[in-house]
Design a protein around this ligand. Structure first.
Ligand code: SAH
Ligand code: SF4
Ligand code: F3S
Length: 437
């Protein structure tokens, strides 16, 4: 049976899809191996910014030598990047044998088997943004057995003017509650303690289905499932977020007080040009209802600098927003034009050097805000879930319910366990602590 290697980039949706692909191929009797000896290499990759695509283009070039010598590996390019530029990739590199968009991974195992057995090439893309060929297996093979995600909806209908996701992931479609619950149960039975519900806009879950269920109802149902010790969700949309989500979080102690509420810009004009459907004050109202209900909440956000036409004053509004809302963490990015999106055609594209300078400025400010917040937590104790060894130093890496990274000394035996940790010191991106019990 074949050996395969996974190369996974992008957001948690890609991690989730990759995990399903691993599960399906393992069920066929295939085994995971390293890239150098694999019969098949599967890229589950991202198109959100130019840099993300660029990396994959350059990695694909590296298979030339082995392909010429051995006729291996057969490469599959899947997910958002495949929908966007997969055909070009297959045209350039003969070792790309399968191209599959994110809505077609259900057909991937058969296509890849055929590519390896018979040498055929497959392109699994289509023009219908509602078509979904799901891979109908739970994501059982995962990096951490105690953590699992469940996609609750496909696609996105928001069409923020900078974003490629609606074009590559297609139209928004909720997965039925029963399907989600069945997957949660199977993941819990397989050892998952922490479940994360994923959607590009979780707050509109259910609106496209009969029965009138809303996201808060789904959250309630999953929170009540036996064995779901921690429950998370992302991403929330400022003006679709409803107060009953906070109420449900307050009622269930296993729903982690952690919310990602992307702001994207601090200027009203830029927000409108981005087609974000909120004003800064509406954003502030949502923040207030969250903080009023959940005073200990961990709040993160996303912010883009250098959107076309962003003036220096408008950029200052983004800095002011960071000061005003004091997020625990912010995913910042320099605007990257994506072909086919409205913003890519806008005039007044901002020069790269200006975007970079603005990115450094927001990062410096946010780093100092995060350090202050984290330092105020020194001396506190938290229940944390231990993930594994930290990438650097002699530490174990764990997370609080508020999704803060905690580096722990001497918790060697506790992977996948909840422990109580006392926070001894803090940096901008993490807390450091000791295990109490
Ligand atoms: N659905 C989520 C996440 C989408 S993608 C949301 O609404 O926020 C994750 C992040 O990538 C976005 O929040 C945005 O900040 C960033 N992003 C998307 N398109 C981008 C682009 N063209 N250039 C730079 N950053 C982008
Ligand atoms: Fe992209 Fe906007 Fe949809 Fe998020 S909500 S995925 S930023 S279009
Ligand atoms: Fe995720 Fe990247 Fe696609 S962020 S949805 S993998 S374009």
């Amino acid at each position: 049976m074949y050996g395969f290697a996974m190369k996974v980039y992008g957001c948690q949706m890609n991690q989730y899809d990759a995990s399903k692909i691993q599960t399906a191929l393992t069920a066929l009797g295939w085994h995971e191996t390293d890239e150098e000896t694999a019969d098949a290499v599967i890229f589950v990759a991202c198109s959100i910014r130019d840099k993300a695509e660029h990396k994959v283009w350059s990695e694909l070039g590296r298979y030339a030598e082995r392909w010429q010598a051995e006729g291996k590996p057969a490469v599959a390019v899947t997910s958002c990047i495949a929908q966007n530029v997969g055909t070009e990739m297959a045209g350039r590199f003969p070792w790309v044998r399968v191209v599959s968009g994110p809505r077609h991974i259900g057909d991937l195992p058969a296509a890849l088997s055929d590519a390896l057995d018979n040498g055929n090439r497959h392109t699994l893309l289509d023009d219908d943004p509602r078509a979904v060929r799901e891979l109908d297996v739970p994501p059982s093979v995962r990096s951490f057995q105690w953590k699992a995600s469940v996609t609750i909806s496909h696609g996105c209908d928001n069409f923020c003017t900078y974003c490629i996701v609606p074009y590559v992931r297609g139209r928004f479609a909720s997965r039925p509650a029963e399907e989600i619950l069945a997957e949660v149960r199977s993941l819990v039975a397989g050892g998952a303690k922490e479940i994360t519900l994923l959607g590009q806009n979780v707050d509109t879950w259910g609106l496209d289905c009969p029965g009138g269920m809303r996201f808060a109802d789904l959250l309630e149902l999953v929170a009540r499932e036996p064995g779901v010790e921690w429950l998370r969700f992302m991403t929330s949309y400022p003006t679709d977020f409803t107060v009953d989500v906070v109420e449900t979080m307050v009622r269930h102690s296993n729903i982690c007080p952690s919310i990602n509420l992307p702001i994207q810009a601090g200027s009203e004009r830029v927000l409108r040009a981005m087609n974000r459907r909120y004003s800064l004050e509406e954003y502030a109202d949502t923040m207030k209802l969250i903080r009023d209900g959940l005073p200990e909440v961990g709040l993160t956000s996303d912010l883009i600098v250098g959107f076309p036409g962003e003036t220096e004053e408008e950029f200052q509004c983004s800095l002011a927003a960071l000061e005003r809302f004091r997020f625990d963490m912010v995913h910042t990015a320099a605007y990257s034009p994506r072909q086919g999106t409205p913003a890519a055609k806008m005039k007044n594209q901002i020069p790269a050097a200006v975007k970079e300078r603005r990115l450094n400025e927001v990062n410096d400010l946010q780093t100092s805000i995060a350090r202050q917040i984290n330092q105020s937590l020194v001396g506190r104790t938290y229940k944390v879930l231990v993930d594994g060894p930290a990438p650097k130093g002699d530490y174990m890496e764990a997370r609080t319910a508020t999704d803060k990274v905690v580096l722990l000394k001497g918790a060697g035996a506790s992977f996948g366990q909840f422990v109580t940790a006392k926070i001894d010191s803090a940096e901008s991106w993490c807390l450091k602590g000791t295990v109490l019990r």
